[in-house]
Design a protein around this ligand. Structure first.
Ligand code: UFG
Length: 347
């Protein structure tokens, strides 16, 4: 298939492009580079040893995006183009609603105009809301309960609803919704990985900065949760496994139904301290930490039941926590994408 990857220069998008290529698919990448760098595309090209057609375009810009639909033959679209930081979305909600919803609608309208019927959406476990009991199945419907706690999550739920309504109205339109749990790790080459601007919000990139001495210690947000060691439990999935989940999900477009929803996770719960210990062991590095108060909006446990994706997509998360920690560290010690650029400029 020839897949338009919207937001393909980001963390999950770039790994997905690599796996699509490896499986014989072809890609057209669109990204406005708001939260990513052109260097990512160069590094993806180095990994796949091929040129990636790349357009620096904002997916809300219908005219410019239409030029891509006009020029390129596209069989399916994968949408990664949304803003993704939970905390930031609370501070600038309108920007989140405008960007995430507008870009999705623009893409869907252009798909209609250019007869592209297959879409995949990077959704999130955040749509399950705050009181879902883990392991969570796809059938748990938090949208009914209105339990989503932040604008970022609301945009994920709204886009899911838009896609569901569209599949009801248009029998040719096929939508696959993938609900990610906690993606971590990096490509084994160390060329692409998670490269957040400023101080990371998420656990694994924060640990990586402590491991490399860029930050002094990790703040562990609470040790009084109802979990085995009191720290928060999540379902960490290797980003390469997650990317392979997208490739596996392309097969849905050959099936009869026109809406598919899958959890992509390992089904295993890992606590903050488990991850700290695993990182120390995998990389032989001490991770200093301090226990501090809970972070607002956090819940004790969130992990999935991945059986539906395992059975129907013949996909399973295979890479273990050691690999997640090793590749995270490898990417971080390679300097992250920003530092690589700086080093190159100095030459
Ligand atoms: N944590 C710390 N210290 C930190 C960062 C995180 O102790 O510096 C803890 C959190 O309290 C939580 C766990 O590590 O218990 C994981 O936190 P992350 O911020 O890495 O991830 P979240 O589970 O909070 O959120 C992630 C994504 C969201 C997505 C959500 C859905 O960032 O985009 O998973 O499951 F919506």
């Amino acid at each position: 298939m020839r897949v338009l990857v919207a937001g393909g220069a980001g963390y999950i998008g770039s790994h997905t492009i690599v796996e699509l290529y490896k499986s014989g698919h072809r890609v057209v990448c669109v990204d406005n580079l708001y939260n990513s760098k052109h260097k990512v595309i160069k590094n993806v090209e180095e990994i796949v040893k091929a040129k990636i057609p790349f357009y620096k375009i904002d997916c809300c810009d219908k005219k410019k995006l239409e030029s891509v639909f006009k020029k390129e033959k596209i069989d399916a679209v994968i949408m990664f183009q949304g803003y993704k930081a939970v905390g930031e979305s609370v501070k600038i909600p309108i920007k989140y609603y405008r960007n995430n919803i507008d870009s999705a609608l623009t893409i869907i309208e252009l798909m209609d105009k250019y007869d592209v019927h297959n879409i995949m959406f990077s959704s999130s476990a955040t749509v399950y809301g705050k009181s879902a009991k883990s392991p969570i199945k796809e059938t748990y419907d938090a949208l009914e309960l209105n339990e989503i706690t932040n604008p970022y999550g609301e945009t994920k739920a709204m886009i899911e609803k838009i896609l569901m309504d569209k599949t009801i109205a248009d029998s040719k339109f096929k939508a696959v919704i993938l609900r990610y749990f906690n993606p971590v790790g990096a490509h084994e080459s160390g060329l692409i990985g998670e490269d957040p601007n400023g101080i990371p919000n998420n656990l694994m990139p924060y640990i990586a900065k402590v491991a490399t001495g860029k930050l002094p210690y990790l703040n562990v947000f609470g040790n009084d949760y109802k979990t085995k060691d009191g720290t928060g439990v999540r379902d960490y999935i290797h980003v390469v496994d997650l990317a392979r989940g997208h490739v596996a999900a392309l097969k849905c477009y050959n099936k009869k139904q026109n809406l598919y929803v899958y959890n992509l996770g390992t089904g295993k719960g890992t606590s903050v301290l488990d991850l700290v210990n695993a990182y120390e062991k995998a990389n032989d590095k001490k991770i200093n930490y301090k226990i501090v108060g809970r972070r607002a909006g956090d819940i004790d446990k969130l992990y999935c039941n991945p059986t539906k994706a395992n059975n129907e997509l013949k996909w399973k998360a295979k890479l273990d926590i050691v690999n997640m920690c090793k590749t995270s560290y490898k990417f971080e010690t390679k300097g992250g994408l920003g530092c690589q650029e700086k080093k190159q400029k100095k030459k």
